[in-house]
Structures are given as C-alpha cells and as structure tokens.
Design a protein around this ligand. Structure first.
Ligand SMILES: C[S@@+](CC[C@H](N)C(=O)[O-])C[C@H]1O[C@@H](n2cnc3c(N)ncnc32)[C@H](O)[C@@H]1O
Length: 260
C-alpha cells in the first residue's frame, strides 16, 4: 500500500467496476457460439485469424469491409480525435449476429447506432432486423464513403434491408435519434471520447424517457478502462459480460435511462 492509501483505493475501485470473468468452459462455449466451429477451433489452437483478414462477408455480398486502417491513416484532421482514435477493424459478422440475438431488445422499438461504423459491416448485419432507424457515425471521410458504397451494393438473400444513414462526423458532435437506442461500439476510441458521448446523451432533457442499451465489443486489456468509463457515467449499469477464449471478442452489455 502507498503511504497515503491511494494505490489501495484505486485498486479497490477497479475491482468494484471490473465485471466478473466468466469461467473457462463458458468462454469456450461463447467462442463456439459467436465465431462458429471452424474459427473457434483455430482460435483455440493458435490464437485465430486476424479480424482484418476475414473476407467471408465480402465474398458473400460483394462488399468491401475487410482490412485494417491505422489511426494516422484515417484522414482525421483534428489532432486530438486522431490521438484518441483506435484503428479501423471490422467486427466478424457472426459476432454481431450473436449480439443481436441475445441483447434482449425488440428491434421495432429501437434505433440502432454504430459509433465509429468504419466501412459499415455492422450496419449491414443490423439492417436485416426491423430497427426503427439505423445510423452509422464515422469520423473518416474515406471510410464513410466506402460504407455508403457498401450499403448501395448490399443485397442479402433474405431481401429484407432497412434504410441506413451514415454520418461523417466526430461522435462528440453527433446528435442521437430520439427514442430507445441500441448503441454498438467496437472499441473505436479512447474511453475519454465515450465518456463525452454518454454525458452529452444524458444532458438532452426535452425528450420523453427512453431506454439506452449499449453493446460494447472489446479485447481483455481494455475491459477495465471501458468498465470504469461506464461506471463513471452514473446511469449505465452492466447487464452481461462474455469473454472469448483468447479475449479478442468480449461483449459488455450495458443499459440505462439517461439522467443529467
Ligand atoms: C474498430 S473500428 C469499428 C468499425 C465497426 N464499428 C465494426 O465493428 O466493424 C472503429 C472506427 O471508429 C472510428 N472512429 C475513431 N474515432 C472516432 C470519432 N471520434 N468519431 C467517429 N468515429 C471515430 C474509426 O475511424 C474506425 O473506423
């Protein structure tokens, strides 16, 4: 312990906000459910394929969502936003589908928002559900343009696709749609940016009460800082935590009613 007890206080605080780690069997079962048998076996055996090289979705739909882009190459003009951005990586579509099936929201009663939507793969998966509105927010002009092209090309076999809007802006300037929200995030930026987004959401006063559900996908090393950011919001509480066997696709589900 430090002389003044600050280290112990900080450690206790981290323990209080950190979600309980699921046991190994549950992590294995979740990995098989969300990645599928083949990818989960590879994950178990050698750490798995990198998310940027997953081209299955693009091969199936004629889209361009794979690859990775470093923050310095995203074309972000604002130096602070560039510093706080994390590289573009697409979510595996199965991982998004797993979340949509289990998050416990009725799509007709919610708008879906992907904060940091990149090339839009998550939006395309969500658009097969009857959400009220589907919006992606992306700071990179190049990636937002690719997302719009992907939306124009996308023709799923089900034939059912909702309209999707892509806003090319910093999430801190974006105004959320009214009504209930399902907010998706794939660890897109530093938690300081997320904190500003949720504080802004809570400050909107002249709307009827609404429920906000957040599905946050991230890797194990960032879980404590993300959980701390949600705890500090004062109005979002943890619903569920799942961890994949290699800790690359961990879901944190939160929910709350914004209060200033
Ligand atoms: C990890 S990618 C996630 C892409 C997509 N949501 C998915 O799951 O497939 C994160 C994205 O957040 C974007 N981003 C980073 N900082 C941002 C900001 N301040 N405002 C809006 N988008 C931002 C990046 O450009 C990048 O495309």
């Amino acid at each position: 312990m430090a002389d003044d007890g600050t280290t112990e206080t900080a450690v206790n605080h981290m323990r209080a906000t950190m979600p309980a780690r699921p046991g190994r069997l549950r992590r294995i079962r979740y990995s098989f459910e969300c990645l599928g048998w083949r990818a989960a076996m590879t994950e178990l055996a050698n750490g798995g394929d990198a998310p940027e090289s997953d081209s299955e979705f693009d091969a199936q739909h004629g889209t361009d969502t794979a690859g990775s882009v470093e923050p310095g190459d995203l074309g972000i003009g604002n130096a602070e936003s560039r510093k706080l951005a994390i590289r573009y990586l697409p979510s595996p579509s199965r991982v998004t589908s797993w979340m949509l099936e289990r998050i416990g929201v009725e799509p007709r009663d919610y708008s879906f928002v992907d904060l940091g939507c990149g090339k839009g793969r998550v939006l395309l998966v969500a658009a097969q559900q009857p959400f009220h509105k589907i919006v992606g927010v992306e700071i990179s002009t190049d990636l937002a343009a690719i997302a719009r092209q992907n939306i124009a090309r996308f023709r799923p076999s089900s034939g059912q696709v909702r309209a999707i809007a892509v806003e090319n802006t910093d999430v801190r300037k974006f105004t959320m749609p009214p009504g209930n929200l399902l907010i998706h995030m794939y660890h897109p930026f530093d938690p300081a940016v997320s904190a500003a987004v949720f504080a802004r959401l809570a400050a909107i006063q002249d709307l009827p009460q609404r429920r906000v559900v957040v599905a946050y996908l991230t890797y194990t090393q960032s879980v404590s800082s993300v959980a701390e950011m949600f705890a500090a919001s004062g109005w979002l509480r943890l619903l569920r935590y799942e961890e994949s066997i290699r800790g690359r696709y961990n879901w944190l589900f939160y929910e709350g009613t914004p209060t200033a």
